[in-house]
Design a protein around this ligand. Structure first.
Ligand code: CTP
Length: 397
């Protein structure tokens, strides 16, 4: 299961770093390729020579060495997984706050692969509210945390905070890589984010969509083995995973990009908050302020979901969203029908913790057979899994 996997092992300054040699040995034995990156503090706990010998690769620890710059972006893209073991309290805090003061942090911040951490620290540090908050923060970024063990600690005290044993860490990774890849072989098209419709070169008509929900769906599909194309409106949100991204600005561009991908897609999930209207004649120069009111003539933009619903061939699945502020159920069911979708995900702006910009969402799904699936308020990453599970159930029904 770990055969052929590319692993970056990040080692930080903790006494548990001596166990990293065993982690490298077990990973290599299982057939993985390992590249080790150490923080400057880790070098005091275990010799890089031990790790380079075991990993059969050069051990990296500085952003530049011998006048040569280490390409942290390519390292982060090379790996199938980045494992930080042991993860010290200090590096945990840096991960939570985006501090970039060494090579390991630079690779972490630019990594597109899943990141797994095995924390190690004394019990008082582990139980401190700031550590708990930092763990929750890195979890909310999508990082996975291998639970700590109870036992003898560096301080001589007995308690929680011991790093999971190397064998446990390897077992955890094996389970992680063996997760069901139920979308393997499938091509999924996802639209996400807002669209901006130009009024003139500096102004636009847009909306508050952050793209978080659609990005979480694209990442979930990728994790489950799909080949994913994400057509993404303007956003600053980061996308993890090997996902093909087409950046667009306007509804027309999003329409063109989605249509060119749809024919070869098995599943299309239209999550974007597409502007329904665009200025008929965007001005080529900045419109100057005047005393009289400004009238902008608007035209309808193409309805992407509706077009895909019309073009849909047997075997293709199309899902859409309905963002409603009133008559939610009725409006969602209308959209399901008028857009010929297989499934509509309703989120109501009436629900606390749902809608634009929130890390959480609360949804109800309707399918063509009239079934209704209700879900509690959850993180958008967990909602994404619910949506994909429901879509797969509908496909098999
Ligand atoms: N949608 C689309 N293209 C558009 C408008 C909407 O693909 N031009 C998709 C959205 O991505 C979403 C679904 O249609 O999956 C519903 O979007 P929503 O804004 O809720 O509904 P509209 O069809 O725009 O209708 P209204 O704004 O009147 O509620």
């Amino acid at each position: 299961m770990l055969k052929g996997k590319k692993v970056i092992l990040g080692i930080t300054g903790s006494i548990a770093a001596y166990k990293s040699a065993t982690i490298v040995r077990l990973l290599v034995k299982a057939g993985a390729e390992v590249k080790v990156i150490m923080t400057p503090a880790a070098v005091g706990f275990i010799a890089p020579l031990t790790l380079s010998t075991l990993s059969k690769n050069e051990v990296l620890s500085a952003l530049s060495e011998n006048e040569t710059w280490s390409n942290h972006v390519m390292l982060g893209r090379w790996a199938d997984v980045m494992l930080l073991a042991p993860l010290s309290c200090n590096t945990l805090s840096k991960m939570a706050h985006g501090t970039c003061d060494n090579l390991l942090m630079a690779v972490y911040l630019s990594a597109t692969c899943p990141v797994v951490v095995a924390p190690a620290m004394d019990e008082d540090m582990w139980l401190h509210p700031s550590t708990k908050a930092n763990i929750e923060t890195i979890r909310s970024y999508g990082n996975k945390v291998i639970p700590v063990n109870n036992g003898e600690l560096a301080s001589g005290l007995i308690g929680a905070g011991r790093m999971a044993e190397p064998e446990e860490i390897i077992h955890w990774l094996e389970i992680f890589f063996n997760q069901e890849k139920d979308l393997s072989g499938k091509k999924v098209l996802v639209s996400a984010g807002p669209t901006y419709e130009a009024i003139d070169p500096v102004r636009f008509i847009g909306n508050h969509s952050s793209g978080k929900m659609g990005i979480a769906i694209a990442e979930e599909c990728f994790q489950r083995g799909a080949s994913v194309t994400l057509v993404l409106g303007p956003t600053h949100e980061k996308v993890n995973g090997n996902i093909s991204i087409t950046n667009v600005t306007s509804a027309q561009q999003m329409y063109d990009a989605c249509l060119s991908e749809f024919e070869t897609s098995d599943i299309a999930i239209m999550c974007a908050a597409v502007a329904d209207y665009a200025p008929v004649n965007p001005a080529s120069e900045k419109i100057k302020k005047s005393e009289s009111p400004l009238h902008i003539e608007l035209k309808n933009t193409p309805d992407i979901l509706k077009t895909l619903g019309q073009l849909k061939k047997p075997g293709q699945l199309v899902a859409g969203f309905a963002l409603e502020t009133n008559n939610e159920r009725e409006n969602a069911l209308k959209k399901l029908q008028s857009k010929n979708a297989d499934m509509i995900v309703l989120n109501s702006l009436q629900d606390a913790g749902a809608g634009f910009g929130h890390p959480t969402n609360k949804i109800t799904i309707f399918d063509k057979s009239g079934k209704e699936y209700r879900f509690d308020t959850k993180l958008k990453t967990a909602i994404a899994a619910d949506i994909i599970n429901t879509l797969i159930n509908i496909a098999h029904a």
